[in-house]
Design a protein around this ligand. Structure first.
Ligand SMILES: Cc1cc2nc3c(=O)[nH]c(=O)nc-3n(C[C@H](O)[C@H](O)[C@H](O)COP(=O)(O)O)c2cc1C
Length: 272
């Protein structure tokens, strides 16, 4: 199904329910090829790899690592996008060039390339009437996903999407007003009144959406949560304690996978 780019974006909805029909392998290859060929890439180094999962057993394991989100089992295809310097750094070594990219900028470059390709892949599938949904849980199970997919050194998953034939047409989700995000020349800091106005619709619609899910409503009430803002940083959504712990684990993983240099020891042998 062809559509203009603007119509394609307006039609976007994350899809979380799928029919069992497989995604045509030739289509997967075309969409991934287009996504890479049609996406800008830092230095044109393509520091990205895509790992496709269709095998039922591996999907079951991914389902567990993605916090048991049912769409991982339902969708016929799971695509994991990896920040990947393995290939490039091997090439550098083989050509006797200096090593690089084992630093914070290097990680960002590879992660950005991976996200650019991921979003292009999403658009490619959506343009053909297929559904997709990102899995942010990737960031909380990076080490385990890397082990499952046999990712080498300096290669880590940064995001994942499920892909398949939609079995739902969810309501379109609103975004914050454009003027809250679009700045002219310099940043315009929102006043308290601006914040109230920017979040007014979200606070009603978002709250209604979460409260319409019986298990979530029960959890929200049990936790004594009375607003959408409180919900977002509660243990039911983006728990700051979990984020803190998982961020420390990410830092250690980036060092272990040689995305970042190992922490240097002080003269006393204590890590800095
Ligand atoms: C990086 C990223 C991670 C996401 N992770 C999840 C996820 O783990 N589970 C989920 O159901 N939706 C996930 N989403 C989808 C968002 O919830 C969704 O894009 C947002 O609510 C807006 O809805 P829409 O995509 O239908 O417009 C993620 C989206 C992004 C961009």
């Amino acid at each position: 199904m062809e559509s203009t780019f603007s119509t394609l974006l307006q039609r976007h909805r994350s899809i979380r329910r799928y029919k069992p029909d497989a995604v045509d392998p030739a289509l997967i290859e075309q969409v991934c090829g287009d996504a890479i060929a049609g996406g800008s890439s830092s230095g044109n180094l393509s520091s990205v790899s895509i790992v496709l999962t269709r095998n039922a057993e591996r999907k079951q394991r991914l389902y567990e690592l993605h916090f048991e989100q049912p769409m991982v089992l339902q969708a016929p295809l799971v695509a994991t996008f990896c920040a990947d310097w393995y290939r490039t750094r091997q090439w550098l070594r083989q050509r006797g060039a200096r090593d690089n990219f084992d630093n914070l900028i290097g990680y960002h470059v590879a992660a950005f390339d991976a996200m650019i390709v991921a979003q292009n892949v999403c658009l490619g599938f959506e343009a053909r009437g297929l559904g997709v949904c990102y899995l942010g849980t990737t960031l909380h199970s990076m080490a385990e996903i890397a082990a499952l997919l046999d990712l080498p050194d300096t290669c880590l998953p940064v995001t994942t999407i499920v892909v398949g034939h939609p079995d739902e047409i969810p309501e379109k989700r609103d975004r914050l007003p454009l003027h809250a995000m679009l700045h002219d020349e310099t940043y315009r800091r929102p006043t308290e009144a601006d914040i109230d106005a920017i979040y007014a619709q979200r606070e009603v619609r978002g709250w209604e959406r979460y409260m319409a899910v019986p298990e979530l409503k029960a959890r929200i009430e049990a936790l004594g949560i009375t607003s959408l803002a409180q919900f977002y940083t509660s243990e039911a959504k983006y728990d700051p304690d979990v984020f803190r712990a998982d961020s420390l684990a990410l830092q250690a993983l980036l060092e272990a996978k040689h995305f970042l240099p190992a922490p240097q020891a002080t003269p006393e042998g204590e890590p800095r």
